[in-house]
Design a protein around this ligand. Structure first.
Ligand SMILES: [Zn+2]
Length: 438
């Protein structure tokens, strides 16, 4: 993981600010207006807070991240940290405008910080940080798992006293997401408003083509590529027995491309290209720069509103879609009473005592409200921790695999038993209560 800190404009002593540099911001903060937050008193303090104190963490320095960093830096935020695990790829350059051809291969976070600092002189130093240090966190991620993890992290920082949430422990999360011509921006006050997991049903699992179409009646070039990916690759194993198809390996893609062409020719289907092959194999949805710009603008505005307290923030979910015309609306996503991430109550798992552990595992991964990736299930029996199933460590997986075919009864689990589940979608262990159905 690479992260970088940038102090846009340098520290207070060596600031390159020119007179009236922040005039455009002052207009919002130092005078009253009809859209102001009812409790806001115009003053010079908000701007000082934004320029000097407010510490923002931007997660992701990709398409959304580049836009966010630029918008935030030009809105008067000078204490911005950026974190991104990726290095720059040549395919990023068309929209991730903080990067140049010479930067290919370098860490995105470093280059993004350097670029912003070069435009608005200052200093930048790599840093280790605690999430607690930040006033606001902004996510510009393309991964739902990473987004859920961050959501879980902020929920884990909440402090409850006698069941009452201490509001000072809340770090607002502004989340932006785009997919082609669609996007969304949302404001999450962890513990108070709907969290990412509360609305997990909004992220439907990947839609795949029906197998019968792929196998016997392909109509689209994508169907041919899927045929090769799903059926032909495992059968022919062109690069050795254990070699999984790697979407980043040009030789692999070339093989799938050639085979897909043959398949397409058989059914008189046109349109199979190398690029499409890679797109299908890697599940690439083309990025649209203007969608990123619109969503990042909305997110940066929300950061400004929350940091300055001058305006009411978005409540709480904005949808943007210009697939066909231009459509946008805002709604208030509601908290889910039994949200496994933020509700503080263990969710019930309803299973018959004769259900197998495999069925529980399938539920955890397939349920639209949970969508876990590789859950590890543990429980306490006779005062001891017992791992029922764990996938991520090969030796433990092997040892616990037989449990999957055992019934809950055979495993000695009782009605009301608590199961602790760990997964990559959250930094915290999620508690479930087993409720036996008859
Ligand atoms: Zn929730």
């Amino acid at each position: 993981e690479v992260d970088a800190e940038m102090l846009v404009d340098g520290d207070a002593g060596s600031t390159s600010d020119w007179d009236d540099r922040w005039n455009h911001i002052k207009k919002f903060l130092e005078r009253s207006g009809p859209f102001m937050h009812p409790d806001f008193e115009p003053s010079t303090e908000s701007l000082q807070f934004m320029l000097e104190t407010c510490k923002i963490l931007v997660i992701g320095a990709g398409g959304l991240g580049c836009e966010l960093l630029k918008n935030l830096a030009l809105s008067g935020f000078r204490n911005i940290h950026v974190v991104d695990m990726d290095n720059i790829d040549v395919s990023n350059l068309n929209r991730q405008f903080l990067f140049r051809a010479k930067d290919v291969g370098r860490p995105k976070a470093d280059v993004a910080a350097d670029f912003i600092n070069s435009r608005v002189p200052g200093c930048f130093c790599p840093s280790f940080y605690l999430y607690l240090e930040f006033h606001i966190i902004v996510c510009g991620l393309d991964s739902i798992v990473a987004r859920r993890w961050m959501n879980g992290m902020l929920l884990s920082l909440l402090v409850y006293e006698d069941g009452v949430l201490d509001p000072s422990s809340i770090i607002p999360l502004i989340d932006g997401g785009t997919e082609g011509f669609k996007g969304n921006a949302r404001v999450i006050l962890p513990g108070m408003t709907a969290c990412i997991d509360c609305t997990l049903e909004l992220y439907p699992p990947q839609i795949n083509f029906p197998m019968c179409t792929i196998a016997s009646m392909p109509r689209l070039p994508e169907h041919c590529i899927e045929y090769v990916r799903i059926l032909q690759w495992p059968k022919e194993m062109p690069f050795g027995d254990d070699m999984a198809l790697d979407g980043d390996d040009p030789e692999h893609i070339q093989w799938v491309y050639q085979k897909s062409l043959e398949r397409a020719a058989e059914f008189s289907i046109t349109g199979v290209t190398y690029r499409l092959t890679q797109g299908v194999v890697k599940r690439i949805i083309p990025a649209v720069a203007s969608t990123n710009a619109a969503i990042a603008a909305a997110c940066a505005t929300e950061v400004f509103k929350i940091a300055s307290s001058a305006y009411l923030p978005l409540n709480n979910y904005m949808v943007f879609n210009d697939v066909d015309g231009l459509y946008t609306y805002t709604f208030e996503a509601e908290r889910k009473e039994n949200c496994s991430a933020c509700s503080q109550v263990p969710s019930d798992l309803h299973f018959s005592p004769s259900s197998k552990l495999q069925e529980v595992l399938d539920y955890l991964t397939e349920s639209t409200s949970l969508q876990m990736k590789s859950p590890a299930i543990t429980t306490t029996m006779d005062g001891k921790n017992k791992t029922l199933y764990l996938q991520s460590v090969a030796s433990i997986e092997q040892r616990t695999r037989p449990n999957l075919t055992k019934t809950l009864n055979e495993l000695g689990l009782a009605d009301g038993q608590e199961l602790a589940v760990a997964d990559v979608t959250t930094p915290q262990t999620v508690l479930f209560k087993l409720c036996f159905t008859s």
